[in-house]
Design a protein around this ligand. Structure first.
Ligand code: COA
Length: 259
């Protein structure tokens, strides 16, 4: 598929999705959000893609929503913009494949929010993260007030969001917003290494595990464990479960087929 603001490349079971508006630090305008939305539908249906890396072209991951578009938003347009962005981020969380954010530079506002909708966040030591919306007189609108609080706790989330300060990758690692920090030149290799490892695992198992963790965050422990048990039972009916356990017992590498 041809896109104007993003590009999708495939290698060895991994889809590398790059937001590609480097002149404006990959700011998310409406067109880019629509392209990402369509691209995740394509990724969901493409059996050759088993794991996704999301990154940005140039010196930024994503420097936020497009401020030129925000400047002319009235009440109706502001609401519609949030709805479209939030719908994309929910789609990413429901994608039955893992998404790794490779945060190569600025991840601000909508950029930090889209990274938080990924499953795992790996950052370059040069990356800078924050929710600077209040410096523009607005608030996060792509779920930042909710996902940041869930990831790092209410106090830290409020400190970040109320001050609008921008923090280095090491601080994001310390508070649990990112999972690993690497030298800039190693980031993509490390992301690819992890993505290929995940792509080699049972795809139905990875999808079920993602669903179990994501649903569990928002329900009681009892309800989350109940859902986990239902998913586990479903997995027991798959060829991949048969193959994975048999391969272990036969001391060979499993060949998963995603059924
Ligand atoms: N929306 C639209 N354009 C943006 C943008 C955004 N979120 N972030 C950066 N840009 C544009 C700049 O206007 C500039 O365009 P120009 O070359 O036509 O002047 C270009 O990207 C490069 O940015 P610049 O500010 O010159 O780079 P810098 O390295 O000096 O600063 C940042 C980098 C990230 C600190 C700075 O661009 C910034 O503060 N961006 C906005 C961050 C933000 O508030 N995001 C939340 C939005 S809700």
């Amino acid at each position: 598929m041809d896109y104007k603001n993003i590009k999708l490349e495939k290698s060895n079971g991994v889809g590398v999705l790059t937001i590609n508006r480097p002149d404006v630090l990959n700011a998310l305008n409406d067109e880019t959000i629509a392209e990402l939305d369509a691209c995740f539908d394509h990724i969901a249906a493409d059996d050759e893609i088993k794991c996704v890396i999301l990154t940005g072209a140039g010196k930024a991951f994503v420097a936020g929503a497009d401020i030129g578009e925000l400047a002319v938003c009235d009440v109706i347009a502001g609401r519609a913009k949030c709805d479209r962005g939030q719908s994309l981020l929910f789609k990413m969380e429901k994608l039955p494949k893992a998404i790794i954010a490779a945060i190569n530079g600025f991840a601000l506002g909508g950029g930090c929010e889209i990274a938080m909708a990924c499953d795992i966040r790996l950052a370059s030591a040069k990356a800078k993260l924050g929710q600077p919306e209040v410096t523009l007189g607005i608030i996060p609108g792509y779920g930042g007030t909710q996902r940041l609080a869930r990831l790092v706790g209410y106090g830290k989330a409020k400190e970040w969001i109320f001050t609008g300060d921008i923090y280095p990758a090491d601080e994001a690692l310390r508070i649990g917003l990112v999972d690993q920090v690497y030298p800039p030149e190693e980031l993509m290799d490390k992301a690819m290494e992890m993505a290929q490892k995940i792509a080699s695992r049972g795809p139905l198992a990875v999808a079920a595990a993602k669903e179990a963790v994501n649903r569990g965050i928002n329900v009681t422990l009892d309800a989350g464990c109940e859902h986990e048990a239902a998913l586990f039972a479903g997995i027991c009916a798959t060829k991949d479960k048969e193959e994975g356990t048999k391969a272990f017992l036969e001391k060979r590498k499993a060949e998963f087929v995603g059924r």
